[in-house]
Design a protein around this ligand. Structure first.
Ligand code: 13P
Ligand code: SF4
Length: 311
């Protein structure tokens, strides 16, 4: 970036010139969330992509989020500032292995978390996010056998919430898997009035400590509307930016990872999105996400079913 250039102003100017929309997930750096036109959870980001009339979407988040946008809007240019921004859940579920699993269990409805590749979505009947997974599972006939992938923790939680037995894929989020019940208990002793907010990608032992379990958007809403003044936040720490912005007088305490020295828990992939990469990808319209059209046509059905049920 040339010296003396006001990167933020340049990004806004380029957006206007190119009719581009910048979307960001709550786990990205604060500076990215502040600059974005739209910040949301996985469901809101998909809904926004499906409804925008922008010509370009810059998806500040991870690769599967850009892919979801491209599947929904194949005619648009979808940019992701760093294509290396992967996701341990998407990686845990390669399409060829998932296909074998699906074929070994015929007559099952295949539900996949949005944190999957386009190829895995193409094998899926209905996509879900943590905002709507319970609602979507409950929308299926009581006796319908279900495969749920790839997040075993979300699957286990939804299974408990709905009383539905489901065949679970053995995947997990590397960020949410690393929280420590012992460290959360220590924080609870230190802040006895604090409410504990937990994302359902966490293992059952962590979820059992929660006052509120929910997607990033649900946790945010709870932190703003609940009367508590202190919250222990058991999800990726980027969300504290929006929590603190919406409730500046409340105290938000990030839960650390099990193996860390009491520092907050971050998703290394989300943090690959930087201001300079955002500027460059908007300027050069690169790197763009491509999805093979035939695969996109198969995958889009499972996302449309989700959007239909979550209207
Ligand atoms: P939500 O924003 O839908 O809660 O998803 C969390 C997440 O891990 C995204 O990768
Ligand atoms: Fe994937 Fe976990 Fe990072 Fe979300 S926080 S992108 S689920 S690795």
């Amino acid at each position: 970036i040339p010296e003396g250039v006001d990167v933020k102003a340049e990004i806004r100017r380029l957006c206007k010139e190119k009719n581009a929309l910048i979307m960001a997930h709550y786990y990205t750096e604060g500076v990215i969330q502040e600059l974005a036109d739209f910040v949301g959870d996985s469901l809101a980001l998909a809904q926004k992509a499906a409804s925008t009339n922008a010509d370009i979407i810059v998806m500040c988040g991870v690769h599967f989020m850009g892919e979801t946008n491209k599947i929904l809007c194949p005619e648009k240019t979808i940019l992701v500032p760093d294509l290396n921004a992967s996701c341990s859940l998407a990686e845990s579920c390669p399409a060829d292995e998932f296909e074998k699993f699906v074929k070994a269990h015929p007559h099952h409805t295949v539900i996949s978390y949005v944190n999957t590749t386009a190829a895995t979505k193409a094998l899926t009947d209905i996509v879900v996010t943590s905002s709507n997974a319970k609602q979507i599972v409950e929308s299926l006939p009581k006796e319908a056998p279900i495969i749920f992938g790839p997040d075993k923790n979300l699957g286990h939680y939804i299974s408990e919430q709905t009383g539905r037995k489901m065949l679970l894929w053995d995947g997990a989020c590397q960020v949410h898997e690393k929280f420590s019940a012992v460290k959360i208990q220590q924080l609870k002793s230190k802040y006895p009035a604090a409410k504990v907010l937990v994302h359902p990608e966490c293992p059952p032992a962590i979820i059992s400590l929660a006052d509120k379990v929910g997607s990033t958007a649900a946790l945010l809403k709870y932190s703003v509307t609940d009367s508590a003044q202190e919250f222990i936040v058991v999800t990726e720490s980027g969300i504290l930016v929006e929590m603190q912005r919406l409730a500046p007088n409340k105290t938000f305490i990030p839960a650390p990872a099990e193996d860390s020295d009491n520092t907050c828990n971050e998703c290394e992939y989300m943090k690959l999105v930087t201001l300079n990469k955002l500027y460059n990808c908007l300027k050069y319209e690169w790197p763009a996400i491509e999805v093979e059209p035939e695969m996109g046509k198969k995958a889009v059905k499972s996302i449309h079913r989700m959007l239909e049920i979550s209207k």
